[in-house]
Structures are given as structure tokens and as C-alpha cells.
Design a protein around this ligand. Structure first.
Ligand code: PMP
Length: 368
């Protein structure tokens, strides 16, 4: 039995190595994972304390309309409830959008390099992917607008971009939106929205009324620290939501996830504290990179893309042996780059020590 042609030969998503696997493989007791842009501070203790009593509801299906969570998110964002759709992670919303709007003969436009699920889902639906190279690690919105043709259905903009951490500004986004035909969907993936500190970052929510072809994606997996629960959401026109609902599974977000996300929203002081600690962590990492003479892209997220000057697989292996998991990916086309998630101060320091040790051993920097 062969899968359908669009699925044959597709790459399987390669997630960051799990902690348990590395512990076993290298006989380590303590492993630090800085590979998947998770929150090193976990989630709010308010969620932990209040989620467990919901276990007794497990015999019942979750609310497929997500009424309570919808109300909470709508209140939090000051957005109409009918402009929200929830998914089993924002991953699922990427899939829903692709499934709903793409077929053979269509194309989508993405940056090269960016989050790989836009491309994979387009291919599954038989659509073509036009990849527009990044300009200095940043989406080249002018070139992306120029790439639009009569078969273009979706443009994916990852802002901040994974893996580079860079953003496109409000000014750039506004100019871009004005050039794109209203028949083309523009998806702004803002998975790292809550980490951004730059004042030039676009307020995409305020653009929704003017651009009914705009979809914004957010998630509870990053700053809210709920990656295991799998909750993401989209904000867009009610017309798009009702189309997406046609392809959504009836109970796609489980009860724990709905309640966890709702509880997490109630502790915004946790979110603010994480944002501050992340900014300090970015400073800690980039100050060290400057001292070591390493180039990196300016990050508005909870990770940094850094050129190490040594082959990424060698460094990756060295760090693993020391119990530190980072991210590298050949498909990025940057053979000496790694992506490092901002950890706690101690985790960042452990990574920096191991990095410096390796660079000294390889002779790319001199001993300090
Ligand atoms: N978009 C981006 C840019 C991401 O980096 C990720 C997670 N790595 C996702 C979407 C998916 O996140 P989730 O499904 O956990 O919401």
C-alpha cells in the first residue's frame, strides 16, 4: 500500500531530542534542554494547583466549542469571541488552514528559512511552495509580495521568525498588506508574541478589520509554559473561522488543555516575569557571543540563532555529552549555526561554558 503521491518522500518532523533519551544515551543524571523554545520556568503555579481537580471529568468529552476558554481569551485580547479558533497546538491551526484552502495547482509563499510546518502541510495538500530567501535573517516582505501570482493562496509570515528570532516591523507589514490581493490569505504566526519587546512590532490585531484576509496565530506552548497540553489559537474574521470549523475535528482541544490555558491566562504576573527573565537571558547570551566574536541575528524571541564558526554537528555532539541539548538542522543551510533557547541564568551559563570550552579546543578562539 502506497501513500498518496503528495505524501511520498515527505520529511518527518524532527523534534528536539527528549531529555530522557539523552540521559540514557550518555549515562547522565542532569540534562538541560534548550532545543525546543520551551519555557525554562515551567508554567504558572496557579495552573499546577488548580488543574488536577479536573481529572474527574475524564469520562466526558471536552466542550467542542471551547466556550469558557473562548470567553477568557476574548476578554484577555479584547477581541470578539467569534474571531477565535482553537487548535491542538498552533500546529493544528497551520494544518487546518492548509487543509481548508489548498489543493493541487495552488501555491503558498514562505520565507527560507522558517518554521517548516507551513511547507510540509502545503505539500500534503498538493500545493507548491515558493520559498523566498531571508534578507539578513529577516523576512524579505518586498520579495515575498513580488512572488505572488494568480495561483498564490497563502503567505506565511513567522514573526518573530523561527529559527532566526528576527521580526518585521509594523511599517513593513502595513506596506506589505496593502500590496497583497484580498484573495490571498496572510498568516502572521506570532507564537513568540509575548516575548517581543521592540516598539516597532506590528499590532496585527488592530489590522483585522481592514484586512479580512489576515489570520494571526498564537500559542500557549511558549511563554505560558503549556507545550505538553497542546493549545494554540487563531484570530481572524468570523467568515474564515466558519470555513476552518468545517475541517476541524469536533473535540480537537482536550479538556485539560482548555482548562489549563484558561487558568494560565489568569496569572499574567507569571507571563511578565518570564518576559523579563527572557530579556535578561538574551542579554546574557548575546553579551557572551559578542565577547567570543560570534555573529548572531538580533532576537525578539526566546531563542538565538548563532554562527559558531565550527561544524554544528560536532558542537551539538559535544554539548550533548555534557547534557545540553540545543538545536541544529541541516535544512537551514547554515552549517555552523545552532539555535539556542534562552534558559534560566544557570542553564545559559552552563551552555556558554561548554561552548567556550569547545571553541577553545578547536582553536577558533584563544583561551581567556
Ligand atoms: N509556530 C512557530 C513559529 C513555532 O515555533 C511553533 C513551535 N515550535 C509552532 C508554531 C507550534 O507550536 P504549538 O503547536 O506548540 O502551538
Amino acid at each position: 500500500m502506497q501513500p498518496k503521491p503528495t505524501v511520498r518522500g515527505l520529511p518527518v518532523y524532527n523534534p528536539g531530542k527528549p531529555i530522557e533519551e539523552v540521559k540514557q544515551q550518555y549515562g547522565l543524571e542532569h540534562v538541560i534542554k534548550l532545543a525546543s523554545n520551551e519555557n525554562p520556568f515551567g508554567c504558572s503555579s496557579y495552573v499546577l494547583e488548580n488543574l488536577l481537580p479536573n481529572a474527574k471529568r475524564m469520562a466526558l468529552y471536552p466542550d467542542g466549542a471551547m466556550r469558557e476558554l473562548r470567553k477568557s481569551v476574548a476578554r484577555h485580547l479584547q477581541v470578539a469571541e467569534e474571531k477565535l479558533i482553537f487548535g491542538n497546538g498552533s500546529d493544528e491551526i497551520v494544518q487546518l488552514i492548509s487543509r481548508c484552502y489548498l489543493q493541487a495547482g495552488d501555491n503558498v509563499i514562505t520565507a527560507d528559512v522558517t518554521f517548516p510546518r507551513y511547507k510540509t502541510n502545503a505539500k500534503i495538500e498538493g500545493a507548491e511552495v515558493i520559498e523566498v530567501p531571508l534578507n539578513n535573517g529577516t523576512h524579505d516582505l518586498l520579495a515575498m509580495a513580488e512572488a505572488v501570482n494568480e495561483s498564490t493562496k497563502i503567505i506565511w509570515i513567522c514573526n518573530p521568525n523561527n529559527p532566526t528570532g528576527t521580526i518585521v516591523s509594523a511599517e513593513e507589514v502595513t506596506a506589505f498588506m496593502q500590496r497583497i490581493p484580498s484573495s490571498v490569505l496572510i498568516v502572521m504566526d506570532e507564537a513568540y508574541y509575548e516575548y517581543v519587546t521592540a516598539s516597532s512590532y506590528p499590532d496585527t490585531q488592530s489590522m483585522l478589520d481592514d484586512y479580512p484576509n489576515l489570520i494571526i496565530l498564537r500559542t500557549f506552548s511558549k511563554i505560558y509554559g503549556l507545550a505538553a497540553l497542546r493549545v494554540g489559537y487563531g484570530i481572524c474574521s468570523p467568515a474564515i473561522i466558519s470555513e476552518l470549523n468545517r475541517v476541524r475535528e469536533p473535540f480537537n482541544v482536550n479538556d485539560f488543555a482548555q482548562r489549563g490555558a484558561q487558568l494560565a491566562l489568569q496569572d499574567q504576573s507569571f507571563v511578565q516575569a518570564c518576559q523579563r527573565k527572557n530579556s535578561d537571558g538574551l542579554e546574557q547570551l548575546t553579551t557572551a557571543f559578542d565577547r567570543l566574536g560570534l555573529n548572531y541575528f538580533p532576537s525578539q524571541s526566546n531563542f538565538v540563532f548563532v554562527e559558531t564558526g565550527v561544524p554544528a554537528p560536532d558542537l551539538f555532539e559535544h554539548l550533548l555529552k555534557q547534557g545540553i541539548i540545543v538545536r541544529m538542522d541541516e535544512s537551514w543551510g547554515f552549517p555552523t549555526a545552532i539555535r539556542i533557547t534562552v534558559g534560566s541564568e544557570e542553564e545559559n551559563q552552563a551552555f556558554l561554558n561548554a561552548l567556550e570550552q569547545f571553541l577553545q579546543k578547536r582553536g577558533t578562539i584563544s583561551a581567556s
